[in-house]
Design a protein around this ligand. Structure first.
Ligand code: FCB
Length: 441
């Protein structure tokens, strides 16, 4: 019997994902730039500048993506460039994004544009940023300008990246700007993010009826340390509901599902044409009576588990299938808007690509409508509070020289994109140690 080849659907999208502040360089008018200037905020005092210098030369990396067989790319536009002062829109910045999207199209790469990926203009931060309900109006106005300017080249829009991560890290853990720790403010910001998403969804459809609009949701797996312990199960369930379910379920049900507030939210309903999954890793959770501030959870890695670089988490490919299955209950098309790992020496990434994509293939066989996969990321870029210590790129970057060097997994991913499949020879060439996982017997 010939060995299995795992084919993906004929129109499957294969790409990489990036975000403006992480790749562009010279972004000096947003909250992250300010944050980077403060002592102790970013590991080893790193700064985003000059990053991958996309503001000047994104096209060179688009050439690389095309040569690597990719037919899709998710990128974000930087609000603080487009609207550097309240109500003033910079046509030159919009024009630069038009040339970038056109350049992608010319290379046969379909763009997905994210409208907010963690960074907020300083003028808005000064009046309360996402805590201020007027952000909904400001975001809506900005989105309209972007869609009018870029709609010729894009109809696939991602309103907001990971509203759950942004709320948790900026307002609960305080390690993203504005560095606050207040559950009350977190809930206020969560509501404004959801309102802004819904308003943007409607505005985009008025301007571009054929648009496909969604948001990118980060799903993290939380498993009980001892599945037979009701307390561990309760603690893991609390983590799951408060981190994974608040945003997705509020939108799908049209009902606020916030830890400190339930109630009707009709305007959120029917504001998703698709949903994005960003999946990376999992935690194991034990009940801890001392950890009231952490919802009585102590999180750790499964003893004996293979770990990712820099303490990023556990190598756990099954989590992508579990996350896809949960999201599939919403009955929407799904894009995997991010998945990847920090792995500077590329000793895990080839196996990670094969095993995660195998899990994706399996759920597609069970009729979960996965439309595409965007690997995080094309070229090493500025990893927020981790600075440059974590390298997620298929292609490595030297910050000193701007030189790019593809890692072996760039070629594995190219082969997968070109074949629209995983084949036994790819496994043998790039990660023979994955053979027994994918081709047992
Ligand atoms: C996600 C972010 C993305 C990148 C990856 C590694 O949570 O959306 O910008 O930092 O993690």
């Amino acid at each position: 019997m010939p060995e299995a080849t795992f084919h993906f659907p004929p129109d499957f999208k294969w790409g990489t994902a990036t975000a403006a502040h992480q790749v562009e360089g010279s972004n000096e008018n947003n909250d992250w730039w300010l944050w980077e200037q403060q002592d102790g905020r970013i590991k080893e005092g790193h700064r985003s500048q000059p990053s991958c210098n996309w503001w000047e030369q994104a096209e060179e990396d688009f050439d690389r993506a095309a040569a690597l067989g990719q037919n899709a790319h998710r990128l974000s536009v930087e609000w603080s460039r487009i609207e550097p002062r309240e109500g003033y829109f910079d046509d030159a910045a919009l024009e630069r994004y038009r040339t970038m999207l056109q350049a992608l199209r010319e290379r046969g790469i379909e763009p997905m544009v994210t409208l907010h990926h963690f960074t907020t203009p300083l003028w808005l931060v000064e009046i309360g940023g996402w805590e201020n309900r007027r952000v909904v109006h400001f975001f809506n106005r900005y989105v309209a300008r972007v869609v009018e300017a870029l709609g010729e080249f894009c109809d696939l829009w991602c309103t907001i990246n990971e509203p759950n991560v942004m709320t948790a890290l900026a307002y609960v853990r305080g390690i993203f700007p504005p560095g606050k720790q207040s559950l009350r403010l977190a809930m206020q910001v969560a509501r404004n993010l959801l309102r802004a998403h819904a308003a943007a969804y409607r505005r985009i459809h008025v301007l571009q009826p054929e648009a496909r609009v969604g948001f990118a949701h980060h799903e993290h797996i939380f498993d009980p340390a001892n599945p037979r312990s009701p307390l561990d199960c309760w603690a893991a369930g609390m983590q799951h509901r408060s981190f994974n379910c608040v945003f997705t379920d509020s939108v799908v049900r049209g009902w606020w599902m916030l830890p400190l507030g339930f109630g009707p939210a009709w305007r959120l309903r029917k504001t998703l044409d698709w949903i994005g999954l960003n999946y990376y890793t999992r935690d194991v959770v034990a009940f801890d009576a001392q950890a009231a501030g952490e919802l009585f959870a102590r999180k750790f890695h499964q003893p004996g588990a293979e770990l990712l670089d820099g303490g990023y988490g556990e190598f756990y490919p099954q989590g992508i299938a579990r996350s896809l299955k949960r999201l599939s209950r919403f009955g929407l098309p799904i894009y995997i808007t991010e998945n990847g790992l920090p792995d500077a020496d590329d000793d895990q990434r080839p196996r990670a690509l094969l095993t995660h994509l195998y899990q994706v293939w399996k759920v597609i066989q069970e009729c979960v409508p996965v439309m595409g996969y965007y690997h995080w990321t094309l070229v090493d870029n500025f990893e927020w509070a981790e600075g440059w210590t974590m390298r997620f790129g298929l292609i490595s970057l030297s910050l000193e020289t701007q030189e790019r060097t593809p890692r072996p997994s760039a070629y594995l991913y190219r082969d997968i994109c070109q074949a629209n499949a995983i084949t036994p020879s790819m496994i043998d060439t790039y990660a023979p140690e994955a053979r027994e996982l994918l081709l047992p017997g």
